[in-house]
Design a protein around this ligand. Sequence first.
Ligand code: PMP
Ligand code: GLN
Length: 392
Amino acid sequence: MKPGNALLEASGTTIFTVMSALAARFGAINLGQGFPDTDGPMGLRDAAAQHLREGPNQYPPLTGVAPLRAAVAAANARFWGLAIDPEREVVVTSGATEALAASLMGLLNPGDEVVLIEPLYDTYLPVVRLMGAVPRIVRLNPPEWRLDLTALAAAFGPRTKAMVLNTPMNPNGKVFSVAELDAIAGLLAAHDAYAICDEVYEHLVFDGACHVPLMTRPGMRERCLRIGSAGKTFSFTGWKIGYVSGPARLMGLVAKAHQNLTFTSPPALQLAVAEGLAMPDAYFAGLAGELAARRDLLAAGLTRLGFEVLPSAATYFLTAGYGRIADMADDAFCRRMTEEARVTAIPVSAFYAADPPMGFVRFAFCKRPEVLEAALARLEAWPALTGAGVPA
Ligand code: PMP
Ligand code: GLN
């Protein structure tokens, strides 16, 4: 029989699903796929339940229910000083995953070039390619994850249509500096290009680090599509409610892409998320503070066990080198750690299109402290970490 889409025929299942399945098979503590093990605020669950019981339960408006569009616009103003028109400049999507696909779909024509930064979140490259666009990849390397501005400038050219910028960044917890953002802004303006800003971790920032949306920088208001996720902001990764904010002209295109992808998302969940975005500052600060404490717990334990833990200023994740512990590829290390120690992480090589840096894995710390302690205890008992070495 004829093959289906060539790009999809050639691609595998996402690493997050692969590693979660392996974790389940071996009864491992899953510090791989990024999801909290404690659900978000009960008040929001109650609100969602009430809306499910009492309605609305039929198709909501294409761009999202009015209270959520208003709440997204208000949150843009409250947290980032951005004036967004809730009628024309917000589209609610089924998670940031759909927001990314709809934004790329809304902007790209076949042959357009898109600048991407490695490490890459796993949907960027496939969607760019499915659109017939051409990726131009700039890489960051551990341990510094420094953005080489010369390499970045070299990736831009006359055919550059857009760049995807993920800050705060998965998997390394990098928060791009204002100087880096301004260099990016200069290139976007010089090349008349757009930015798709994946800011799903906008509220999960620690240690006084400061997340700055590219959209707030001079000249960027009309060039950026800014994406957020209720999954991350309210610890409901299964709800799949995301939102895009951007200039009306581009948002019309995002809406048309969205109408062909999902058209809408469950109204009860949208209404609950609208309440969430209006919660007081203490909620957002509390979430970040809790995550920072969990990061510290895991980082200290991994360091004690011989990992080289790299700084993480944000997100659910930290990256760590295991070069002092074992000499093998990172996917093999993650597999062995799952099967033998029964702790799961994600190989950092999965975030690179080619020639990945070797020797680094990503751990999720968005778990209860006792779960992180239990994972550390299992690692401590793993022969690889007790001086016995990993058997060949
Ligand atoms: N972008 C990044 C950087 C992510 O880490 C994730 C997943 N957690 C997403 C997008 C997708 O978010 P959502 O679950 O809202 O689709
Ligand atoms: N964003 C999550 C992570 O990085 C996973 C989301 C997914 O499984 N698609 O772990």
